[in-house]
Design a protein around this ligand. Structure first.
Ligand SMILES: [Fe+2]
Length: 442
């Protein structure tokens, strides 16, 4: 809905008005159409200009003033100045509300509309002028004494012109121009008022469009700010959730690490083995460009790769000598035993491959399924290298651990047979960049 126009004409010294008014010959004494020859001198017009020329200058200045308005408030101010040239006391614009099909409160804002103006806006007179759609005037409201002029008389007006505002055959509003003394509105004044009304209609429409554009821009700005705030909130929620997930994952890893260490105590000769296998495996995975989720799964798998040994008899597991064939067959069951133990633990499902396949060989001569090449899950091929390297460099009751350089040579020699060459190359890169991989003293 358009905001409201009450524009009581002011005195001649209006702030901000001189920039456009100085070229307009003051016509405050305009009355009945004077003869052109007599009109020049009496109004302070530039010498040599006849009345039509004065009117042209007046209309030109109205156009300049009204068509450059940037707000409805400015429009009201310039309209006040315009009607002063016709000796009028007030000018009022009621914009037309298309949605409500009714006149809106007087410009520039609804809050400035006094109750007599509201009465005039909703009066039978305003409805009648809008319905007829053309210029209307009363030269003496008191003399007419008509009931439908009561609202205008209540405003102290004695002569009144009402001009419907329209643009492209669509109503834009209603303009009232009022005088505080009776006067006959001449044909010339009517023509000037109708010209003024046409430009007021354009200005009201433009100002309304501008106001709507500003409102839309402000709404978009608010929506944009809300979107930014929403995105910020979403990011906070995401970061909290990520931190919580990291805590849960860390709790899982800690639990698995404790479990793996507890299981390892059954094999007194492998102290710290699973921790080192996990460290080597994660280093290889990182060298291959794996993301954090993949590394987490790999670390859990490496920690648990020998969990099946919990089902191996102590006599076999702790035997300080070479195993007999039957004992070796029993020992070779630990990958399947481990996988069976983990089958009902959802968060460890991604790690089962490490447990079940870490003794498969790249050439297909491993156990338990004799898988070969890429048929062996990649994480199991990683753990196979890490597990073998740590086993070779660890001390056992029946032999001392090999030096790291010897173990690395053996790993390299077995690339393509026991181990995936891709994993061996990645492991060597890790060893070159991270000496920590070699066990202290190894
Ligand atoms: Fe194993």
């Amino acid at each position: 809905m358009n905001p409201p126009v009450f524009a009581p004409a002011r005195g001649p010294h209006l702030p901000g008005s001189q920039h456009w008014r100085h070229t307009a010959p003051k016509a405050a004494t305009l009355g009945p159409d004077p003869a052109p020859a007599a009109a020049d001198g009496g109004r302070g017009a530039p010498p040599g200009l006849d009345l039509p020329c004065q009117d042209l200058l007046l209309v030109r200045d109205w156009v300049l003033a009204l068509t450059t308005c940037r707000s409805l408030g400015e429009l009201v101010e310039r309209l006040e100045q315009s009607v002063e040239h016709l000796g009028a006391r007030a000018a009022v614009v009621f914009p037309w509300d298309q949605a409500a099909a009714a006149l809106s409160p007087a410009l520039p804002t609804a809050s400035t509309e006094a109750w007599p103006l509201a009465a005039l806006r909703t009066s039978a007179l305003s409805a009648s002028i809008m319905a007829r759609g053309h210029f209307w005037a009363a030269s003496d409201l008191d003399a007419a004494a008509r009931s439908d002029h009561a609202e205008a008389r209540a405003l102290g007006w004695r002569a009144l012109a009402g001009i419907p505002l329209s643009l492209r055959d669509e109503p834009v509003g209603l303009l009232y121009v009022a005088w505080d003394t009776p006067r006959r509105i001449t044909t010339r004044e009517r023509t000037l008022l109708e010209l003024l009304a046409q430009h007021v209609a354009v200005s009201v429409a433009n100002a309304s469009v501008l106001a709507e554009s500003r409102a839309r821009a402000e709404a978009l700005e608010r929506a944009d700010q809300q979107m930014v705030a929403y995105a910020r909130d979403l990011r906070r929620v995401y970061e909290r959730e990520r931190a919580r997930r990291a805590e849960v994952q860390q709790a899982y890893v800690t639990t698995v690490r404790v479990l793996a260490a507890a299981i390892e105590t059954r094999d007194a000769y492998t102290g710290g083995h699973v921790e080192r296998v996990a460290e080597y495996s994660v280093a290889i995975g990182r060298a291959l460009g794996w993301d954090e989720d993949q590394l987490m799964t790999l670390e859990l798998g490496a920690l648990l790769h020998d969990v099946g040994k919990i089902g191996i008899d102590d006599g076999v597991l702790r035997k300080p000598a070479k195993l007999e064939p039957a004992e070796w067959e029993h020992m070779k069951r630990h990958p399947e035993l481990g996988a069976h133990m983990l089958r009902d633990v959802p968060f460890l499902q991604g790690s089962v491959g490490c447990v079940l396949y870490h003794h498969e060989r790249y050439d297909g001569r491993g156990y338990p399924y004799q898988l070969a090449g890429d048929d062996i899950p990649l994480e199991a091929r990683i753990v196979a290298v890490a597990d073998t390297y740590d086993a070779m460099t660890s001390d056992r009751p029946y032999r001392a651990g090999l030096p790291a350089s010897v173990a690395l040579d053996e790993i390299t020699r077995c690339a393509g047979s026991q181990f995936d060459p891709l994993i061996v190359r990645a492991f060597l890169r890790v060893v070159e960049s991270r000496p920590i991989v070699a066990r202290p003293g190894a």
